[in-house]
Design a protein around this ligand. Structure first.
Ligand SMILES: [Zn+2]
Length: 330
């Protein structure tokens, strides 16, 4: 549209009634979604991707089997099951693929459910379902070879049974009785592990002991020669020594702040906890069953400091599938 016609168009906006304004907003939202889907954008890439293996039996012998919902279907020669490239990924059966980018963008901005739903033009229940589909993989996508020096510490969140109708305790009034010191049954420990490159992993310890959770966390995510630093707590010290006493150092009390220019401190971990708590505050309390998803979301945002792209965000959910087409994050 040339500039003079555009100016006329803008002048006409003043004469719209409320219904027409809403209709315009809906149309603009559709235009934005289309503009965000140039050739090679994620929904198109997903639509054209070719799976390497059958998600049911891993067989490589596949044949084309028509299409459904704008996605090609494939049939496995061995198990005869049909599937598309999203089968077996967190994005399977999600509808409205054109608005995933908008949804991912809102998630990167840490938008509320209500705002995300409005931006995508969907109901907030749909937005909620999408959020947790995207997050399911974020929680699992934790770095498995933390290197150099890694810091581990615990931070605590209120145990929350948001949405549960039959509570087996008295409801808390406006957030409860304060976090207080030490561990109590109203708090859920979250054990974090971070190296100095900014990569990390965590465990939400809903049930069971901290030591067992720490044993698992360290065994899964640390390289053998990575130096592990923890505070002086009995549980973490025990787990650190269980893993490798020669690559472990505890920093009780004020030692966790570290001497000037000393690399032995827990400041990376403390800063991560502080930023995580600030970021989580926008959700006004998260149900404990979703806590891991939200922490995974924050970890992912913290790790993608340079490229907060919605494509990259969607790609993470799509990554479990090996596709023959090279996916490029821009
Ligand atoms: Zn198969």
């Amino acid at each position: 549209m040339n500039q003079s016609k555009f100016q006329e168009f803008l002048l006409l906006l003043d004469s719209l009634d409320a219904y027409q304004v809403q209709e315009c907003l809906d149309r603009i939202r559709e235009c934005r979604v289309k503009a965000d889907e140039p050739a090679g954008s994620i929904p198109k890439v997903i639509g054209e991707a070719i799976p390497e293996r059958c998600p049911h039996c891993n067989c490589k012998n596949l044949s084309k089997w028509g299409s459904s919902n704008r996605l090609r279907r494939w049939r496995c020669q061995r198990c005869a099951k049909t599937f598309n490239v999203l089968t077996g990924t967190p994005l399977a059966r999600l509808r409205k693929k054109g608005t995933w980018l908008e949804n991912a963008r809102a998630m990167i901005a840490g938008a509320s459910l209500r705002d995300t739903a409005a931006q995508c033009g969907v109901h907030r229940n749909t937005s909620f379902r999408w959020r947790h589909r995207f997050l399911r993989f974020q929680q699992k996508a934790q770095c498995k070879d933390l290197t150099g020096i890694a810091e581990s510490d615990a931070t605590y969140f209120y145990r929350s049974e948001k949405g549960v109708r039959d509570l087996d305790r008295k409801p808390r009034k406006r957030g409860g009785d304060g976090i207080g010191s030490g561990v109590n049954k109203n708090l859920v420990p979250v054990l974090t592990l971070r190296d100095r490159t900014g990569k990390g992993a965590e465990r939400v310890v809903v049930n069971g002991g901290l030591t067992e959770a720490a044993d698992d966390l360290y065994a899964t995510h640390l390289r053998e020669d990575t130096l592990l630093l923890t505070d002086g707590s009995h549980e973490l010290r025990k787990a650190g020594r269980n893993r490798n006493p020669d690559a472990y150092m505890d920093l009780p009390g004020s030692k966790s702040r570290g001497a000037s220019k000393s690399p032995y401190h827990l400041q990376t971990s403390n800063a991560f906890h502080a930023h995580l708590k600030t970021w989580m505050a926008r959700f006004y309390g998260v149900a404990t069953k979703y806590l891991g998803n939200y922490i995974g979301w924050y970890r992912h945002l913290a790790e993608m400091t340079h490229k907060k792209s919605s494509d990259a965000f969607i790609l993470l959910a799509f990554r479990p599938l090996a596709v023959s087409q090279q996916l490029t994050v821009t």
